[in-house]
Design a protein around this ligand. Structure first.
Ligand SMILES: C[S@@+](CC[C@H](N)C(=O)[O-])C[C@H]1O[C@@H](n2cnc3c(N)ncnc32)[C@H](O)[C@@H]1O
Length: 204
């Protein structure tokens, strides 16, 4: 059974601020300037729309395909932005066909961690048809961060039914799908990371 983020949608931002202050937000916007030239963007698992709002404000010409499995998250994002430049789609990205369309960039913030190791390669392969992919994620170089991430998975397991207990190796999946890591910045003592990946066959 897929997870369902509806029960936490309204509280999600406040839980985030309570737990991490502005640290997750700083990771999301780290590569916002690099997205300025993108005209067609796929945002997957982008939740309540805060990043979408910031993106649309800095990029007045882009159109966005905004896919999330949670109806409530999508409703919050639609209310926050409500623009005809955005196509909102409710879809479980763990399965099913690839999202239609050609994209200049893909954005996934704290979304790839919603998949198990055996799912991640498929998810990445089905999303990954763009020259650029902006990722924000958790990482666990230290045992303290492993405990924090275990706690987060326990919380989301109870509230959303998420059945994941460790971070998947999304970097290996991105490499297999033809991407190369070109920039990487850490935050919160190494727990958080922002990454810019580019498709090798589109790089000069
Ligand atoms: C942890 S939240 C991250 C939200 C937002 N990207 C952020 O930076 O806070 C994960 C989001 O991915 C969505 N999601 C999780 N699993 C999904 C799936 N299999 N298919 C589609 N969306 C999914 C959830 O509904 C939720 O909005």
């Amino acid at each position: 059974m897929p997870s369902n983020f509806d029960p936490v949608a309204r509280w999600y931002r406040w839980l985030e601020y309570a737990g991490f202050g502005g640290a997750l937000w700083r990771r999301r916007v780290e590569f916002l300037p690099e997205l300025r030239a993108a005209r067609r963007v796929l945002m997957a698992g982008e939740g309540d729309g805060r990043f979408l709002q910031a993106f649309l404000a800095t990029n007045p010409q882009a159109t966005v395909t905004y896919v999330d499995g949670s109806a409530r998250m999508l409703e919050l994002a639609r209310r926050r932005t409500g623009t005809e430049r955005v196509q909102f789609l409710q879809r479980d990205l763990a399965e099913g066909p690839a999202v239609d369309g050609e994209f200049d960039a893909i954005v996934t913030h704290f979304f790839l961690d919603c998949f198990r190791e055996e799912e991640i390669a498929n998810v990445v392969a089905r999303l990954g048809r763009a020259p650029m992919w902006v990722v924000s994620e958790f990482q666990t170089p230290h045992w303290i961060w492993r405990s924090v991430v275990r706690g987060l998975y326990a919380f989301f397991g109870l509230t959303t039914g998420l059945r994941v207990d460790r971070l998947p190796d999304y970097a290996a999946a991105l490499r297999s799908a033809g991407f190369e890591l070109t920039e990487r910045r850490e935050g919160w003592g190494g727990l958080l990371v922002s990454e810019l990946w580019r498709r090798r066959d589109t790089m000069q």
